[in-house]
Write a protein that binds this ligand. Structure first.
Ligand SMILES: Nc1ncnc2c1ncn2[C@@H]1O[C@H](COP(=O)(O)OP(=O)(O)OP(=O)(O)O)[C@@H](O)[C@H]1O
Ligand SMILES: [Mg+2]
Length: 278
């Protein structure tokens, strides 16, 4: 799974909130170049806390998070956000500028880039997310939720982080918007060189898009692997209250025909099955 260069290495990470809630208990995780990962698990299992530890917003209580060789405990938040971008669970908690342009420009300005560079970054990020410049002077709250999500993602992309974490990108969106946002994240991964982590409760979306699934429960990683392997672990799925779809069976069928489904998304497995096995 991690044949490519590791970008993030999490070792024995624990995180406790100020009130004493231990949200993460002994997390070990390696994330490599090119990966497209789903974080899943029931409410309160620690997905958001882990995501915030990965971009340095939260510092480990014990253990370590190394990003691009830098220890999050001793690295400035500016250096961290240039490497790992976190898009909030609710874009409305992230967007606070009066127009889309200032929103996207905020991060680049904050890390001290020249105004010329800032403008270049805004135009580039807006183009990647498909935000037409006619919206630059709109207030983000006049856009629909899908567009606000794109502005939130653009504001993170403008910092050019290698790893982008999007917390529950499809929550509250209809099926068409969900597929659109996931296709867009896939494009960021395939064509723009970003490692992508998306946090979700949406199992059909996981089946369709994820190449690796990290399932959390009670502040720990319960299973970490290819979607087919994760779904095969029904006992662990029951612990995390996640319904297994018919993926395991499909992977088994492909294996029986001599294919290696380990590197494929579920959509690709279906394609291969239809092309070569029927
Ligand atoms: N600010 C906070 N102060 C104290 N405890 C918190 C805080 N934020 C989260 N927690 C607790 O930490 C644990 C992990 O929460 P976290 O938000 O990381 O879970 P999650 O998997 O993202 O859940 P959800 O699916 O509901 O978004 C939970 O027990 C939660 O109640
Ligand atoms: Mg969360």
């Amino acid at each position: 799974m991690n044949e490519k260069k590791p970008f993030v290495e999490v070792r024995d990470l624990t995180y406790s909130y100020e009130d004493g809630t231990q949200a993460l208990k002994g997390i070990n995780l390696t994330i490599s170049e090119g990966e497209f990962i789903a974080f899943i698990g029931q409410n309160g299992s620690g997905k958001t806390t882990l995501s915030k530890c990965l971009n340095g917003l939260f510092k480990p209580t014990t253990g370590s998070v190394l990003v691009d060789g830098l220890d999050s405990k001793t690295t400035s938040i500016v250096q961290m956000v240039k490497r790992v971008g976190y898009v909030f669970q609710n874009p409305d908690h992230q967007l606070f500028n009066n127009n889309c342009m200032d929103e996207i420009a905020y991060g680049p300005r904050n890390i001290g880039l020249s105004e010329e560079e800032v403008q270049e970054r805004v135009i580039e990020a807006a183009e990647v997310v498909g935000l037409n410049s006619i919206y630059f002077h709109e207030h983000p709250f006049f856009l629909n939720k899908g567009m606000r999500q794109r502005v939130a993602i653009a504001s993170i992309l403008a910092l050019k982080p290698k790893l982008i974490i999007v917390d529950e990108p499809t929550t509250g969106q209809d099926v068409r918007q969900s597929l659109e946002i996931m296709d867009f994240l896939t494009d960021l991964n395939r064509n723009h060189g970003h490692i992508v982590i998306f946090v979700t409760h949406d199992m059909p979306i996981v089946s369709r898009y994820a190449r690796r699934v990290v399932m959390m429960g009670g502040g720990q990683i319960i299973v970490d692997g290819h979607p087919a392997d994760v779904y095969a672990q029904t006992e662990n799925l029951a612990k995390a209250f996640v319904e297994p779809p018919q993926i395991t069976q499909l992977a088994q069928l492909l294996k029986n025909r001599g294919f290696n489904p380990g590197t494929l998304s579920v959509t690709e497995m279906v394609d291969q099955y239809q092309k070569y096995c029927v």
